[in-house]
Design a protein around this ligand. Structure first.
Ligand code: DX5
Ligand code: ZN
Length: 215
């Protein structure tokens, strides 16, 4: 049974309290919060004040996905805003080990996200130090994009790498996940499913979460 992390990028920003209430009373495991800077990714989403307000409206862990350059500059701020997990992108961290140490020293779970073109084996010398790998199954920056099928091979490759290294790291997948394709992802090793549009734009979001949980 996968963990399910609804992505608030697809939520109704005018009704965040209602959206949090819906998530609180659902089977969702985490809240996934996408922070974008308009530099690393070609879009700007929301930042610290929104994370802080959402955090106060839920008891579930907040999984903060930073699609920003120089994430180390903001790690303390996101901790203060209530982030439980902080995920940084491999592509913007020349000193990734330092970023990971910083996040863990601040008392958060540390995750690394990889873009669709970044091979899983690039993580081979950091994998023992992290809690979560986030495999992007779309190019980061926007919700509602089409799932990239090659992701399936990357999930398998990551599973294999974890086995070789003998470490236990959560495999999270993000982007274009639907009720139709999620089963295959779980089957090949995905442990956390992030879903935005599939959940928030469905007629019955709680039922959709339950469906994803039952895979
Ligand atoms: C994309 C974000 C995703 C996004 C997923 O850059 O990282 O979390 O919200 O949205 P859907 O599930 O609609 O593809
Ligand atoms: Zn995300």
């Amino acid at each position: 049974m996968p963990l399910v992390a609804p992505s608030f990028l697809a939520s109704n920003f005018l009704r965040l309290q209602d959206e949090c209430d819906m998530i609180n009373s659902s089977e969702a495991d985490w809240l996934h919060l996408d922070v974008m800077d308009g530099r690393f990714v070609p879009n700007i989403s929301f930042g610290l004040p929104i994370v802080e307000h959402i955090r106060k409206a839920t008891n579930k862990p907040c999984d903060v996905h930073l699609m920003i350059e120089e994430p180390g500059k903001f790690a303390q701020d996101f901790k203060n805003a209530g982030a439980d997990h902080l995920i940084v992108h491999y592509e913007v961290c020349p000193h990734l080990h330092r970023n990971i140490e910083q996040i863990k020293n601040l008392g958060m779970k540390a995750g690394v996200a990889i873009n669709p073109h970044t091979p899983v084996h690039f993580l081979s010398d950091i994998i023992q130090d992290i809690d979560i790998v986030l495999i992007m199954s779309v190019n980061p920056g926007f919700g509602g994009q089409k799932f990239i099928p090659h992701t399936i091979d990357k999930i398998r490759a990551l599973k294999q790498l974890l086995k070789e290294k003998g470490v236990d790291v959560l495999i999270e997948v993000d982007g274009g996940i639907t009720v139709e394709n999620a089963g295959a992802l779980v089957h090949c090793g995905a442990e956390v499913l992030v879903a935005g549009n599939t959940i928030f734009k469905s007629a019955d979001p709680r039922a959709t979460i339950a469906k994803l949980k039952s895979l």
